[in-house]
Design a binder for this molecule. Structure first.
Ligand SMILES: *Cc1c(COP(=O)(O)O)cnc(C)c1O
Length: 478
C-alpha cells in the first residue's frame, strides 16, 4: 500500500477552501516558513479510500475474535459512546465555573460511589490516565502513608513473579525497591516465600487476583494478613476486573488500595492509542493523600477539594473525563445483576474454551480458571519445532487476533487467551476448531506454520526494530 505522500500529486484537491475576504493576520517575519509546508495533495475521494484501505488491514473487535489475554478486548456497547458524545459532556472547558458543570461533576461523584461499591474501597480519584499511571499513583499513596508516620525504613514492595510487567516498573518509579517472590506449583503466591520476604523494610505488596495466569489465589486472606502483620499495605492491580466484578471485592480480600482500568473492564476499548482511565481507589487510611481536585458532593452540590495531605497533581485537571462517562453509562445500563452476569459469563467462556483446547493443547496450570487461561506449547515445540509464535501467526490467516504470547514469563512458550463475556458459543467453537486444526498442522506440516501468516499484508516484521527505530517521518527524495 502506498503512503499519502507517495499518492500525492501537485495541485490536486486543494481548491475546496476559498480565499478569506476578511483579510488575513500576518505573523511576524521571523515566524514565517522559508519553504512551503510539504503536505500531501490529494482529492477527498482518494483520502477516503486510503484510510478505508488502512482500516481493512487492521483487526478490531468489529472484525472478529480478539482473545488477547490480560487486555480484555471485549465488545463495548454503542450506548456508551452515544452518551459520551453528548454536547453537555464534550463541549466543556476544565476552567469553566463549577456552577455550570454540576452535571459533569456529578458523573465523577456517582462513578466514585459505584466503583467504590464494586471494589470495596472508601474513596477514589479519577486523575490517573491509565493502568500503570494508577499503579504509580497508588504506590505514591502508600509511600506517603509510611513517610507521614515517620517510618522511613519501609522501602520494599513485594511483587510475585507472575505479575504484570508494569507492577515492578511502577514500584521503581515510585521510589521503591522490588522484592520478587516465586509462585507455588499451583500458580499462586508461595506463602513460605512471602513470610520470609516481609519485615520492617516492607512497604507493601502488589498483587493481581486473579493473577496473570487467570487463577484466583485461594490463600488471599492469609496473604494480605501476612503483609499487614508485618506493617505493610496491600495494593490490588485491578486492571482486569472482568472476572470478579459484582462477586468479590478487593476491599474484602484485605487490600488497601486498588486501580482499575476503565479502558478494559468498563466500557472503553483498550489500546489503539485512545484515552484510558486508571482510577485509584483506597481505604480510609489513605484517603487524605489522594491527588488534588477531588470532587466532593453535599447538599449544596458538587465542588472541588484537595484532600488534606494530598500528594498533589498527577495529571492535568480531573483525568480523562469522557472515559469516566462511558464507565458510568456501562455500569448503569448493566445494573447490579448485569455486572455480575458479565463476570460470570467471562469466566464461563474462558473455562469452556480452555476445556475444549485441552483435547490437544497442554494447559500450563490445569485447574478451573477465571477470565483467562494460559497454554504452554513447550511440548509441541520440542516435538515439531512449531512455537507459540508460529501458532499465533497461523491464526492470523483465519482472521483471529492472536492471544497474548510469551507472557506470563513463568510459562514457557505461553499463549494466553481471554475470550471475554461478549463472545457467543458459536464464535468460541469456531476459534477452538481453528486452534485444533493448527495443532494438527503443526504435526503434519511444521514448515507451513514457520512461514505463517500467508494471507496478511505483512507477515513477520522485526518487532524490536519497530519499537526501537520507529520511522515517524516521511523522507522526501529531494
Ligand atoms: C493492562 C494491565 C496493566 C496496565 O494498564 P495500562 O492501562 O496499559 O497502563 C496493569 N496490570 C495488568 C494486570 C494489566 O492487565
Amino acid at each position: 500500500m502506498k503512503l499519502l505522500f507517495e499518492e500525492s500529486r501537485q495541485g490536486r484537491g486543494l481548491e475546496l477552501i476559498p480565499q478569506a475576504d476578511t483579510g488575513t493576520a500576518k505573523p511576524a517575519e521571523k515566524y514565517l516558513r522559508k519553504a512551503p509546508l510539504r503536505l500531501p495533495e490529494m482529492a477527498e475521494v482518494d483520502i477516503g479510500r486510503h484510510y478505508t484501505q488502512l482500516a481493512k488491514q487492521t483487526h478490531g473487535v468489529n472484525d472478529g475474535f480478539y482473545p488477547l489475554g490480560s487486555c480484555t478486548m471485549k465488545y463495548n456497547p454503542r450506548v456508551d459512546e452515544e452518551i459520551a458524545s453528548l454536547p453537555g459532556f464534550t463541549q466543556i472547558h476544565p476552567l469553566q465555573p463549577k456552577q455550570t458543570i454540576q452535571g459533569c461533576m456529578e458523573v465523577i461523584a456517582k462513578s466514585e460511589e459505584l466503583l467504590c461499591q464494586i471494589t470495596g474501597m472508601d474513596a477514589m480519584s479519577f486523575a490517573p490516565a491509565a493502568g500503570a499511571h494508577g499503579e504509580y499513583t497508588g504506590l505514591l499513596l502508600i509511600r506517603r502513608y509510611h513517610q507521614e508516620r515517620g517510618d522511613s525504613e519501609r522501602v520494599n514492595i513485594i511483587v510475585p513473579d507472575s505479575a504484570h510487567g508494569t507492577n515492578p516498573a511502577s514500584a521503581v518509579m515510585a521510589g521503591f525497591k522490588v522484592v520478587n517472590i516465586p509462585s507455588n506449583d499451583k500458580g499462586g503466591v508461595d506463602l513460605e516465600a512471602l513470610r520470609n520476604a516481609v519485615g520492617k523494610d516492607t512497604a507493601g505488596l502488589m498483587l493481581t487476583n486473579p493473577n496473570t495466569l487467570g487463577l484466583f489465589d485461594p490463600n488471599i486472606l492469609e496473604i494480605t494478613k501476612i503483609v499487614h502483620e508485618a506493617g505493610g499495605l496491600c495494593y490490588y492491580d485491578g486492571a482486569n476486573l472482568n472476572a470478579i466484578m459484582g462477586r468479590v471485592r478487593p476491599g474484602d480480600m484485605g487490600f488497601d488500595c486498588v486501580h482499575l482500568n476503565l479502558h478494559k473492564t468498563f466500557g472503553t476499548p483498550h489500546g489503539g492509542g485512545g484515552p484510558g482511565s486508571g482510577p485509584v481507589g483506597c481505604k480510609e487510611l489513605l484517603k487524605e493523600y489522594l491527588p488534588c481536585h477531588k470532587i466532593v458532593k453535599d447538599e449544596g452540590g458538587c465542588y472541588f477539594k484537595d484532600p488534606e495531605r494530598s500528594l498533589g497533581q498527577v495529571r492535568s485537571y480531573y483525568g480523562n473525563f469522557l472515559v469516566v462517562v462511558k464507565a458510568l453509562t456501562y455500569i448503569l445500563t448493566l445494573g447490579k445483576e448485569g455486572i455480575k452476569e458479565a463476570s460470570g459469563k467471562a469466566v464461563l467462556n474462558a473455562n469452556y474454551m480452555m476445556n475444549k483446547l485441552k483435547e490437544k493443547y497442554e494447559v500450563a496450570y490445569d485447574q478451573t480458571c477465571m477470565h483467562e487461561f494460559v497454554l504452554s506449547l513447550e511440548g509441541l515445540k520440542k516435538e515439531t519445532g512449531v512455537s507459540a509464535m508460529d501458532i499465533a501467526k497461523g491464526s492470523l490467516d483465519y482472521g483471529i487476533h492472536p492471544p497474548t504470547m510469551y507472557f506470563p514469563l513463568i510459562v514457557h512458550e505461553a499463549l494466553m487467551f481471554e475470550p471475554t463475556e461478549t463472545e457467543s458459543k458459536e464464535v468460541i467453537d469456531e476459534a477452538v476448531k481453528i486452534y485444533l486444526d493448527l495443532y494438527d498442522q503443526a504435526l503434519s506440516d511444521p514448515e507451513y506454520l514457520h512461514e505463517a501468516p500467508h494471507k496478511c499484508p505483512i507477515g513477520r516484521p522485526d518487532e524490536t526494530k519497530a519499537a526501537r527505530e520507529p520511522v515517524l517521518k516521511y523522507q522526501f527524495d529531494d
